[in-house]
Design a protein around this ligand. Structure first.
Ligand SMILES: [Zn+2]
Length: 194
């Protein structure tokens, strides 16, 4: 089976770093990574709104980790990655288009739980690749009917628009965009790495 290892170039959308609005539990983040990091300390989740992925990781490493994090983090990852694709019809179709290929998040940051690190030190470690498994699971879910039935989400962040005026956005997330920055999805902010 053909395997997708690299989440960049035209596969950039598979990465949690990909810039697309993700609404989760009342807040709207700029990317799935920020939404995930925010769950480490729910009381401070609003601080992750508007952050870039690398900024969110730094903050996520300094907040007081919720006590049940090890128990909930896999479920949180599933929910957030699901929100990302449920709320953006364009990348949902791109995910479905990868059908028939295995998805492995190959990384160099020693992340062997959600992915599989390809560095020399980790050569003997077989990563669990949980993110890849979640992506494949969601893909199957979408193939099995999500795309052909009525929308499951009122949100669709796939267009290049300013969501601050969006009725659903306002209904879902009153505290988002505390920085009051323009939010048009700008691909140039996250240039492809290839
Ligand atoms: Zn490594």
């Amino acid at each position: 089976m053909e395997v997708i290892y690299k989440f960049f170039g035209r596969r950039r959308f598979l990465s949690n770093d990909y810039k697309t609005a993700v609404a989760y539990q009342g807040l709207t983040y700029e990317n799935a990574e920020s939404a995930f990091q925010a769950q480490k300390c729910v009381e401070r989740a609003y601080e992750f709104v508007g952050l870039r992925p690398n900024e969110a990781i730094v903050l996520g490493n300094t907040v007081e980790l919720r006590k049940d994090w090890d128990k909930v983090r896999d479920g949180v990852m599933y929910e957030i990655v699901r929100c990302k694709f449920v709320q953006n019809s364009k990348i949902r179709r791109m995910l479905v288009d990868t059908a028939g290929r295995e998805i492995v998040w190959s990384n160099f940051c020693h992340e062997n739980h959600f992915g599989d690190c390809s560095c020399e030190k980790c050569a003997d470690i077989k990563g669990e690749n949980l993110l890849g498994k979640i992506l494949m699971m969601l893909r199957q879910e979408f193939i099995d009917g999500f795309l052909t039935t009525s929308p499951h989400s009122a949100l669709d962040f796939s267009d290049n628009v300013d969501y601050r005026d969006d009725y659903y956005f306002n209904a879902f997330s009153k505290t988002a965009f505390v920085r009051n920055e323009p939010f048009a999805v700008n691909r140039a902010d996250y240039p492809d790495e290839e």
